[in-house]
Design a protein around this ligand. Sequence first.
Ligand code: ZN
Length: 451
Amino acid sequence: MRKLQAKSALLPDGWARNVRIEIGADGRLASITPESPLEAAVETFETLLPAPSNLHSHAFQRALAGLTETRGPGDDDFWSWRERMYDFLPRLTPEDVEIIAAQLYAELAESGIAAVAEFHYLHHQADGTAYADIAEMAGRISAAAGQAGLGLTLLPVAYARSGFGGAPTHSGQIRFSNSAEDYLALWEASRACLHRADDQLGMAPHSLRAVTPEDLSTILAAGHDGPTHIHAAEQVREVEDCLAWSGQRPVEWLLEHCNINERWCLIHATQMTGTETAALAQTGAVAGLCPTTEADLGDGIFNGRQWHADGGKWGIGTDSHIGRDIAVELRQLEWSQRLLYKQRTVLADPMQSNGNAVYTGVLQGGAQALGRKSGKLEAGYWADMLAPDTEHPVLAGRSEDALLDSWIFTGSRDCISDVWSAGRHIVKDGQHIARAEIAGRYSAVMKRLLA
Ligand code: ZN
């Protein structure tokens, strides 16, 4: 049993003082006791918070961040970015993917994130043939999470088509592509790649572009008790193509044809009508928002004000990893709403701190989307926690809600001192415990890939 003491901690009912936190050998919180006298030899922190989960990652795309900023011959958009991403894929070996993912996961941890949902679709060799072990790449993702100590919800992705109506996949997509039957074999094999008690397995039909209704029902009929994630309504053209194919918009189609419930997470959900927004919020599903990626790709702005008013749940993903900092993602989410509505503090309730509003939102939605018992400092939950660096100038003199507001709206990863994932103490004094070796391997891979 490890004991920590926080002068201030964010508990499910709000801020509490002099909180004793006991972490069991199993990585779960054993007890939380406010107003505890300070014992000698107990490690003490000014502030402890539950640490959030990142609900959407394509880890290999970390290597591409910053390499797609030169304009092409015409207008650049999501679709031209996607071609650049496809062009990069053939270079990546399983070893590369593991090293890139470990770098990413260490960076995410340093920003305060304790767990990640990996929307994992890079399955096959460069020529499209499966590896001898069909789950080779899934194993690499799991190994990377193990090296970084980050919690993992692995979401093997089903990808079988290149557009609505069942068009076959093209050359850029051969590393992703599986029949529904092969996907189910991959999905079963992926389970064996997970070794830690807090690891989770879910399912991810890529999008209505990439699976037919028949694929979708075959996959979902296999039955599983983890989360189900799907990309939906990120792009205007995607909505138009879906309308041309089915007469319905993607979210509308999903609401009518799938039993969307709190185990689902719809990634992006950027292009929703007011009716779709209200109906989706009612299901209890999580909207998986990826604010810096959506800004980077020119996707558009999520219907956040109505979603909040309708009681919708949401969480944050770093998706393409153009941003890898939870504070920056939360800020971009709120700032996009401010630009859209020409207002301030859009996602807060009256008299509520905006930092507290978005932080408690991301804790709840992220945990739900990962199927992870986390997001609360409460006995029985995984010890996913962070300690801000209260000596950092951004946080000087701040505590409680003012500390959250300052970190999220004017701070960054520099404001984080310590992070625990299921009790694993993976960030100490602002640095990931294996930062140097992970970054060294990553640097060597990038030099080779970009030579
Ligand atoms: Zn994505």
